[in-house]
Design a protein around this ligand. Structure first.
Ligand code: 16G
Length: 240
């Protein structure tokens, strides 16, 4: 309801009303918002006022406009906590979601110089090169290319990487994963990312590069993960 006698501006009341419908699930992510005209007629307010409310919600990212199509409710982003060294499988399960993988390729290749340096192995030593799309509830979240030292993480198979790599390393090989360093970079999706993440051209992605070590300090993986920027946000607790 809009209260025209209230000192609270009408556009603000409408904003709150739309937000509350999103929170209650009456408006669902991906749904089209009723048109400016519909709101104006239904609430007996001017289209200018409706436009102001919608523009504010677009700026706050509750809504987004698609050219020629209209205004839509934005999907809620996954929040990934970066305060621990976790696997994709663990992250999804912790959220009560079902993780899955689409394996694109699984090969053993000789390490190029740069990769060999990162993994602290001799150039041309064997590494597993694994390309996977990581999904949650069957929705593609990230495209991941993983390079794993084959002399260290023995017996890896395509079947294993279709479930969890970290689980295999810790539970089956009995090794302990220790620490990782991770780099973040914002980019525009390349052709491969567009295809596998099923996102429109020019979409932003968050590229993460992780080098992970066992607890004795030996690096075992170099990973490049491209996360959909429309689906993900990252959280860090900072202490002073
Ligand atoms: C995460 C890690 C990746 C690791 C994978 C293991 C990032 C950027 N990457 O995706 O380094 O290889 O988890 O997942 O967080 P898994 O145990 O489910 O196979």
């Amino acid at each position: 309801m809009i209260d025209k006698q209230s000192p609270i501006p009408i556009y603000h009341q409408l904003e709150e009303q739309i937000k509350s419908k999103i929170e209650k699930g009456e408006y669902k992510p991906g749904d089209a918002l009723p048109s400016e005209r519909e709101y104006a007629e239904q609430l007996n307010i001017s289209r200018m006022t409706v436009r102001q409310a919608i523009t504010n919600l677009v700026n706050e990212r509750y809504l987004h406009r698609i050219k020629g199509k209209g205004t839509f409710i934005t999907e809620k982003k996954f929040e990934q906590n970066l305060n621990g060294l976790t696997s994709f499988t663990e992250d999804m399960k912790a959220r009560g979601m079902t993780p899955s993988n689409k394996l694109i390729s699984f090969e053993i290749v000789p390490a190029k110089k740069n990769l060999a340096n990162h993994l602290n192995i001799a150039e041309h030593s064997p590494v597993y090169e694994v390309k996977r799309v990581r999904l949650a509830e069957d929705i593609p979240m990230a495209l991941e290319r993983t390079y794993i030292s084959a002399n260290l993480i023995k017996g890896l198979t395509d079947n294993i990487v279709q479930s969890s790599l970290y689980q295999y390393i810790e539970n089956d090989l009995g090794l302990k994963i220790g620490r990782a360093s991770q780099l973040f970079e914002a980019t525009i999706a390349n052709d491969e990312e567009l295809e596998y993440l099923n996102i429109p051209e020019n979409s932003p992605v968050l590229l993460m590069k992780r080098i992970t070590q066992l607890d004795d300090g030996t690096p075992f993986e170099v990973v490049k993960s491209s996360y959909r920027a429309d689906r993900y946000q990252f959280m860090l607790d900072l202490e002073r």
